[in-house]
Ligand binder design. Structure first.
Ligand SMILES: [Ca+2]
Ligand SMILES: [Ca+2]
Length: 66
């Protein structure tokens, strides 16, 4: 789980920025437009501060597993 988080968090500051989020999804050739990615990012960023912390990430991860 932490390993997966750090995959996104390329600068290791414990937060996933939108740039980091886009960067990883681009590697995975998600083929998404920036607008779609922004909407998706906003879904993960539940407190709306523009960054995804580990808690938000875990909430999304646990929801996605079901
Ligand atoms: Ca980061
Ligand atoms: Ca947040």
């Amino acid at each position: 789980m932490d390993d997966f988080f750090s995959l996104f968090d390329s600068d290791g500051d414990g937060l996933i920025s939108f740039e980091e989020f886009c960067e990883l999804l681009r590697h995975h050739r998600a083929g998404r437009t920036r607008d779609v990615m922004r909407a998706y990012f906003a879904k993960l960023d539940s407190n709306g501060d523009g960054l995804i912390d580990l808690e938000e990430f875990e909430r999304w991860w646990n929801a996605a597993k079901d």
